[in-house]
Design a protein around this ligand. Structure first.
Ligand SMILES: [Zn+2]
Length: 273
């Protein structure tokens, strides 16, 4: 498989102003560069994507294998022969790109559940408080203001739509309802008030839905939350601003299992349609 052709798919419009008055303008680092005759800027197929301006493209497919196995920054740096800081930058950028591949719709039987994480300003150099030496050991003792919630929606085809919010009141229910297929069967574990809010703020009434009681057997979303929480332990706490990248990484792991690095790179990161 020739990866370079994926870096060089034919562009018809300017990536900055959308004008179709563009022309090829040389090749830089193996990628065709274009120039827009309308806004005068140059761009390539990666411009305005999460992978713009990253170097060492020949190592990206190797890095995708590291993403698939969820290994540490240090190990990924070793395997790819890159600096730790580069591996860290790549993780953030690749995960941001992966986030954009999340499904736009869920259908059939959709199950919902929630879990929470410790709010974290990890990596923030301008803290308003003293830095913590260690993450809080006993997460059950967190107050509401220290929690950040993840609402997992998983359909029967295992497509996952995650929502991160301080609490259920802060959920964008309109956006949530827009991803549902009209005839879906929505099973909620987060309680009756979650459904009431959803109905109040949207025209959700037409959908079939139920609230799952605690003694009903565990659903897909519940398993997802449990597995995610244990998978996340390896990172020793994730900054809240990156939490959605990590949760979508986890949602994607099943899709990556049977692909090699090159296939992951092409199917997940070099699709520009
Ligand atoms: Zn332009």
């Amino acid at each position: 498989m020739k990866i370079s052709k994926h870096f060089n798919s034919d562009l018809k419009n300017c990536k900055l102003c959308n004008s179709d008055n563009i022309s090829r303008h040389g090749i830089v680092n193996g990628i065709v560069r274009y120039r827009c005759n309308h806004c005068g800027k140059t761009f390539n197929v990666l411009t305005n994507t999460s992978l713009a301006n990253l170097r060492k493209k020949e190592k990206w497919s190797k890095y995708c294998e590291c993403l698939r196995s969820g290994i540490s920054i240090r190990k990924a740096a070793e395997i790819c022969g890159i600096h730790r800081n580069t591996a860290l930058r790549w993780r953030h950028r690749f995960l941001a790109a992966l986030k954009n591949t999340e499904p736009k719709s869920l259908s059939g039987k959709i199950e919902e559940d929630e879990c929470f994480f410790h709010k974290s300003e990890k990596g923030n150099k301008n803290l308003n408080r003293l830095a913590r030496k260690r993450a809080v050991a006993d997460k059950t003792s967190l107050t509401e203001s220290e929690k950040i919630y993840l609402f997992v929606n998983k359909d029967e085809k295992d497509k996952v739509y995650n929502i991160i919010a301080d609490c259920a009141d802060k959920i964008d229910f309109i956006k949530l309802s827009e991803i549902f297929d009209k005839n879906c069967n929505y099973i909620v574990r987060s309680g009756i008030s979650f459904l009431e809010d959803l109905k109040k703020m949207t025209n959700y009434n037409s959908l079939f839905h139920t609230v799952c009681s605690n003694n009903q057997k565990m659903n897909k979303a519940t398993f997802h939350c449990i597995k995610l929480k244990s998978w996340m332990l390896r990172f020793n706490g994730v900054a809240t601003k990156y939490l959605e990248n990590y949760t979508s990484w986890f949602s994607n792991l099943n899709n990556l299992t049977y692909l090699n690095g090159e296939e992951i790179l092409i199917s997940k990161f070099l699709r520009f349609d």
